[in-house]
Ligand binder design. Structure first.
Ligand code: SF4
Ligand code: SF4
Length: 97
């Protein structure tokens, strides 16, 4: 019988999270944005630098620079999770042209 895998629950702090994007850390090695149909766009006036998007992006392509979120479009796949998680509504999804 196959047993379900229960993910270990543990608390972690910012010090436990890598500071760089996945690409800079060497995890993503080839550009994967070719099939993206929509892209996240950060409104820097609304961004408060809370790092939630940085923590939740499944591809680790968001970095925080000068207290604002910056997205690496070469590796962003356009899933929209960052837009959903951003409470101030600083990330809008725009159609690719
Ligand atoms: S979640 Fe929103 S407000 Fe927070 S850093 Fe990301 S873009 Fe900025
Ligand atoms: S759209 Fe998805 S892959 Fe792109 S930055 Fe947001 S969470 Fe990361």
């Amino acid at each position: 019988m196959i047993k379900p895998t229960v993910r270990e629950k543990k608390n972690f702090g910012f010090a436990d999270v890598p500071e760089d994007t996945s690409f800079e850390a060497g995890y993503l090695v080839s550009v994967n944005s070719g099939w993206r149909s929509i892209r996240p766009v950060v409104n820097t006036d609304k961004c408060i630098g809370c790092m939630q998007c940085y923590l939740y992006c499944p591809d680790g392509v968001i970095s925080i620079q000068e207290n604002k979120a910056v997205i690496d479009y070469d590796f962003c796949k356009g899933c929209g999770i960052c837009s959903k998680i951003c409470k101030p509504g600083a990330i809008g999804m725009e159609r690719e042209r």
